[in-house]
Design a protein. Structure first.
Length: 163
């Protein structure tokens, strides 16, 4: 029994897909900031569903005022950005329904937002959603999926581990 008191808490490093859709290599995202990994490494999803789930157990660090992006910190310390669509900052929140708030603790699979794909397309934006590891100087992505299509909350995109 005493062994369990001093045992390190097991941290889940799995990063599950926050959206259902087609997997897009980051290098193929039609935006240089993401495709050239200026913000960090990651992957993108072309969504087929409007629901965005938490990909990790952790905390919501920042919901952008324009509702197009959510910054999160995993329990293992990795920081990630879910950038819903491209050029969507110009929509000033139109087409997005945020379901969480800054500082909120979340578990993998919990809803974070709804993204109205039809509104985003009608307004001339793209729905492809980059998912970026922001603190790649401390963490690395491994075991990246080779699947072409993923299901939100079920399929693992990759693992994030401390360097």
């Amino acid at each position: 029994m005493l062994k369990n008191i001093f045992k390190k808490k097991e941290i889940n490093n799995a990063f599950v897909s926050p959206m259902s859709g087609s997997v897009v290599p980051l290098e193929e995202v039609p935006d240089q900031v993401f495709s050239q990994k200026m913000m960090g490494d990651g992957i993108a999803i072309e969504p087929t569903d409007e629901t965005v789930l938490s990909p990790i157990d952790g905390e919501v660090v920042d919901v952008f005022k324009t509702k197009h992006a959510i910054n999160m910190r995993a329990d293992n310390g990795a920081e990630i950005l879910i950038h819903m669509g491209l050029e969507t900052v110009q929509l000033q929140g139109e087409g997005f329904d945020i379901l969480v708030s800054n500082g909120q603790k979340v578990k993998a699979g919990e809803p974070l937002a709804k993204m109205n794909i039809h509104t985003i397309i009608e307004k001339g934006c793209q729905t492809v959603t980059p998912i970026i590891l922001l603190n790649g100087d401390e963490y690395k992505i491994s075991n990246r999926t080779t699947e072409k299509h993923v299901t939100a909350g079920n399929d693992q995109l990759f693992q994030i581990n401390k360097k």
